[in-house]
Design a protein around this ligand. Structure first.
Ligand code: G3P
Length: 214
């Protein structure tokens, strides 16, 4: 399973690289807005630093606008994956971009059949938002299970990219279910390193070490 960083903050991205878990990056308009910096500056900085796939999202609402934006976004780097919202116009854009060889990530997926449509249109990735499903009282992990099964049934190459991942249990369950990628805030990566017995064990080792005669 690959780990992407779900952030537009270059500090977060560099931190993940130092931790050895930077396979790629996903952004969205809200994450870009959070930086308070111009989109072009942020996009260039991320694409120059990251070797793996970087998802940059279109904001047009017609297929024509999305396709035009996609070509512009690809100027930031050959690793740019164009993030397209799940909607009919988005599917048209994905179909057309995939025939040009431009990779796409269909975002805002909340049910498995949306993922199947995106895969049929030629999407490189689908992004189901599991945390937001949990937020409304559905089990977000169910959608990962269903999409993995559907893609296996029909041998789609489209990767399942679990998004809106909020805590370590999401990561563990995504790995068990066979998600190809999880995209994480850097905070969750730090949470993944933790276990109370690790902390207690280290405390004891360090205390005992003080008793060792030099
Ligand atoms: O990758 C999509 C993600 O950024 C959404 O996460 O926590 O805003 O639901 P969240």
């Amino acid at each position: 399973m690959e780990y992407f960083i779900d952030s537009a903050s270059i500090e977060d991205i560099k931190e993940a690289a130092m931790l050895g878990v930077l396979d790629g990056v996903t952004t969205n308009p809200s994450l870009i807005a959070k930086t308070g910096r111009p989109f072009a500056t942020v996009a260039k900085e991320i694409c120059d630093f990251v070797k793996g796939p970087v998802s940059l999202e279109v904001v047009g609402t017609t297929a024509e606008e999305m396709i035009r934006e996609a070509r512009e976004l690809r100027r930031y780097g050959s690793n740019v994956v164009v993030k397209i919202p799940m909607m009919s116009e988005g599917l048209k854009a994905v179909k057309s971009l995939s025939s040009e060889g431009i990779p796409t990530n269909v975002t805002l997926i909340f049910q498995p059949i949306q993922a199947l449509l995106a895969a049929k249109a030629g999407a490189s990735y689908v992004s189901p938002f599991i945390g937001r499903l949990d937020d409304i009282g559905q089990n977000g992990l169910d959608i990962i299970k269903d999409i993995v099964q559907i893609f296996n049934n029909y041998s789609f190459n489209t990767k399942v990219l679990a998004a809106s991942v909020r805590h370590p249990v999401h990561v563990l369950e995504c790995a068990k279910l066979g998600a190809d990628v999880v995209t994480l805030p850097v905070k969750v990566i730090h949470q993944l390193t933790k276990h109370p017995l690790t902390d207690a064990g280290l405390k004891t080792f360090l205390e005992d070490w003080k008793k060792v005669k030099a």
